[in-house]
Design a protein. Structure first.
Length: 83
């Protein structure tokens, strides 16, 4: 099983693809998402979003606020900007 991930800002589609793990910091604390995660909606704080691709590579993005939603192995990360 994999996650279908999209990280977007108002001006660009930053990263899309399949991943095995996503981590981010929300107003509720650090969050890790694996395939099969229960649906959720979180408010992001400024910080790193880490995406581990199915090929084993890890990409990190410094985001400024936004939202993260998880549903049916789809992770949508909407951020104000990526620094």
């Amino acid at each position: 099983m994999t996650l279908n991930v999209a990280l977007v800002s108002p001006t660009e589609q930053v990263w899309t693809g399949e991943a095995s793990f996503v981590s981010a910091r929300t107003t509720e604390g650090d969050l890790g998402v694996l395939p099969g995660h229960t649906p959720l909606f979180g408010v992001l704080v400024d910080g790193l979003v880490s995406i581990k691709g199915v090929d084993g590579s890890t990409q990190e993005f410094n985001v400024r606020g936004g939202f993260l939603s998880v549903s049916n192995d789809r992770v949508s990360i909407l951020t104000e900007s990526v620094v």
